[in-house]
Design a protein around this ligand. Structure first.
Ligand code: UT7
Length: 309
């Protein structure tokens, strides 16, 4: 969907969307495509790139807030569709930080010897939970999936440090009020839009910049890596102004920060792995590079990971 498509359904303009968010297009899955279908497409590609067999994957972690079903987990659906006979599979509900939290969990499992090869996927069909009558939110979000295989070795490369934080006091800044057990689904809720994404964007903006910067500094300090050794920052793509403010706060050149928001909008848990994949395919990530991933979203939850590629 382009910004021109949104000009036809809500009171907005291409100029407002581009100048306030940096978004020009987003991908919207059709009705017949489920979250697990997108996850499978990304996971197949990741497995192929890694050279791992389906049998070798012993952990599948799926980050999403838009699972196929309330029960079972989307990870179990993906496990069946992929054919991963030896994988423990579960979802993490960490919104935009889903991929990074998944990576952090996988790293801990592998480091402790509880898993050998993990498949991590961030995937969202946000079009299913966005209110296309609310101009404050509908122009921001898109659908997508990204995946990675993580395996242990003793080369010194890999995940050097991860960081995860949350603050549930701020949960109502980005939430779906109705449909869970606190406010069970009702026709009134549906009519008022309470069963769709609600967001206080300007408040989140301020917390996002501050905490993403803190998260980046945390993993650099933990790994003993200084800023000059970081080749690329791969941030969650929620708003170009958030990414630019983050770069200024970190005192990092903008060309060391990967940005692809114009094509996809905010894809929540899928945003970091999609950006990571595109950066890699564009030759912006080389063996031995230090890469910092960082994300922030509903919960509120934020986190980061420093990887030696
Ligand atoms: O994924 C992780 C979590 N989410 C985020 O990190 C999102 C963080 N927040 C943001 O990206 C920005 O706050 C937004 C893009 C959501 C909004 O930008 P803003 O500069 O903070 O705008 P605002 O909310 O302060 O609204 C400014 C004005 C308002 O009009 P009034 O009240 O000043 O007359 C809005 O009604 O812009 C209006 N507005 C729009 N106008 C045209 C809001 N959405 C639109 C729209 N088109 N689509």
């Amino acid at each position: 969907m382009t910004n021109a498509d949104f000009e036809r359904i809500v009171d907005t303009t291409d100029d407002w969307i581009v100048s306030r968010t940096g978004i020009r297009e987003r991908r919207i899955a059709d009705n017949g495509t489920s979250t697990s279908d997108m996850a499978v497409a990304a996971c197949q590609e990741a497995l192929k790139m890694s050279g791992c067999s389906h049998e070798e994957i012993d952990l599948l972690i799926l980050g999403t807030v838009t699972p196929d079903y309330r029960l079972p987990s989307c990870a179990c659906v993906v496990q069946e569709k992929m054919g991963l006979p030896n994988a423990a599979a579960f979802d993490v509900v960490s919104a935009c930080t889903g991929f990074i939290n998944g990576l952090s969990i996988a790293n801990s499992y592998i480091a402790s010897g509880h898993a050998k090869k993990a498949l991590i996927v961030g995937v969202e069909k946000l079009s299913a939970i966005v209110n296309y009558k609310d101009r404050n939110t509908c122009v921001l979000f898109g659908d997508g999936a990204g995946a990675a295989v993580v395996a242990g070795d003793d080369s010194g490369r890999g995940v050097l440090s991860t960081f995860m934080r949350s603050d549930g006091k701020m949960r109502e800044m980005l939430w779906i009020k109705a449909g869970g057990t606190t406010h069970q689904y009702s026709a009134e809720h549906a009519a008022s839009g309470a069963d769709k994404v609600l967001m206080n964007g300007s408040e989140i903006f301020k917390v996002a910049v501050k905490e993403m910067a803190n998260a980046v500094w945390h993993v650099m300090e933990d790994a003993g890596i200084d800023q000059s050794q970081v080749s690329l920052v791969v941030p969650h793509q929620a708003n170009i102004r958030i990414i630019e403010a983050l770069a200024r706060r970190l005192k990092v050149d903008k060309d060391k920060v990967y940005i692809n928001i114009s094509k996809y909008g905010n894809t929540s848990a899928a945003s970091v792995p999609i950006a990571l994949d595109e950066a890699y395919r564009e030759g912006r990530i080389k063996e031995g590079d230090h890469i910092v991933m960082v994300a922030f979203g509903g919960g509120l939850i934020w986190g980061s990971a420093l990887v030696k590629w």
